[in-house]
Design a protein around this ligand. Structure first.
Ligand SMILES: [Zn+2]
Length: 377
């Protein structure tokens, strides 16, 4: 999720842009903001999706793989288009699923939760094609996330067998939010359904900026509250027996925080792993000036969000996301109670109390939570 925002390139010199324009679909007002400005197709119907796939087909795969130059920028823009499509009309992608997996996975790139919304229903032939590629590149992030995205019984069984055969690939599968038991198929520990969290005065699905004693029964380690939200307002998330799940932080930028949960839903007995390197620049100043509290409204992803650079955080008023796959910068925490990967609950981009991503995970069986924090990658 590297942020490669830069000056917009002049448009019109690229044949794909020209093709899109001649099809009458170029530069209409849509909430999709491709990061590189090289390709912009208004995804207003199935034929526009066909145009998008055709744009991928005509790209020279060798040039796309160089990670510089026009082709790779077009591919990055295609990724933003697929992200938007996955949230708005994933069904329109159905005719292209197998081709996307078998022939075009390098030119139709997608994050794992985009894949989980676009690739469900792929054929066995597609699963076999991915497994064939993994035989030569066992740790291919793209192929591992494609299997997770397909998500069928055969895909998740093949994935689990692969990880047991090639243990180093397990680290990547962990970051994709997938649990691999000692036997049986892999288990996605995230919901494909994605929900945006909007700061609104009257929102009742959650709240930001609470006093610490409202969310922590013993606040020795917990020094900041970002937000709390009602898990039942985010489709796809497993039940949580309390009113809210809290996204909190210890006084450092990079960490994994594990905590039990008291009967009243507040966190208790939090333990922080900062890998021995607490980094707390500016955090005590921040604590001295806490933010005012605001309500949250949760909404399924829709066409009104800004889809750019693989996330929606540039949408005005959006403070976080619930559901979807974990960001993947940190290992997904294991539950210390049952040793199953914890379920991804929500993520934010912090810009005040430490900079970077903060994610909350939980075990619905043991009623335990974990929060991870990492600086911008
Ligand atoms: Zn557990």
């Amino acid at each position: 999720m590297a942020d490669t925002r830069g000056p917009r390139e002049p448009l019109g010199t690229n044949h794909l842009v020209t093709a899109a324009r001649s099809a009458g679909t170029y530069c209409q007002s849509v909430p999709l903001v491709p990061n590189n400005g090289k390709l912009h197709i208004d995804l207003d119907g199935p034929s526009a999706v066909a145009d998008l796939v055709e744009a991928a087909r005509v790209i020279d795969p060798l040039k796309a793989a160089t990670h510089f130059g026009t082709e790779s920028r077009v591919v990055a823009d295609i990724e933003d288009h697929l992200f938007f499509l996955s949230a708005t009309n994933p069904g329109w992608f159905a005719p292209f699923r197998d081709e996307a997996v078998i022939e075009l996975s390098d030119r139709l790139p997608m994050n794992v939760d985009v894949a989980a919304n676009l690739l469900g229903g792929c054929s066995e032939v597609a699963v076999d094609a991915v497994m064939e590629r993994l035989r030569t590149a066992p740790e291919s992030w793209r192929d591992l996330s494609t299997l997770v995205g397909i998500g069928s019984e055969s895909a998740l069984s093949a994935l689990a067998d692969h990880v047991r055969r090639e243990p180093p690939s397990g680290e990547w599968v962990n970051r994709l939010g997938v649990h691999v038991p000692t036997s049986g198929q892999a288990v996605r520990r995230f919901a494909p359904e994605r929900t945006s969290m909007h700061a609104v005065e009257s929102g009742t699905d959650g709240v930001t900026g609470l006093a610490l004693d409202a969310v922590a029964a013993d606040a020795d380690e917990i020094t900041w509250h970002y937000l709390s939200f009602d898990v039942s307002a985010a489709p796809g998330l497993p039940n949580w027996p309390h009113q809210a799940l809290h996204l909190v932080s210890p006084r450092t930028y990079w960490f994994t925080l594990h905590s039990g949960v008291a009967d009243d839903g507040r966190y208790t007995g939090a333990i922080v792993d900062d890998q021995g390197e607490p980094f707390d620049v500016g955090l005590e100043d921040c604590e001295a000036n806490p933010r005012s509290s605001t309500g949250l409204l949760l909404r399924p992803y829709d066409a009104d969000l800004t889809y750019r650079n693989g996330h929606i955080f540039m949408t005005p008023g959006v403070v976080g996301t619930a559901g979807g796959a974990p960001i993947g910068l940190d290992p997904t925490p294991n539950c210390p109670g049952c040793n199953v990967l914890m379920f991804h609950g929500a993520a934010i981009e912090s810009r005040d109390y430490g900079e970077g991503f903060r994610s909350v995970f939980y075990c619905e069986q043991c009623v335990r939570v974990a929060v991870t924090g990492s600086n911008w990658n």
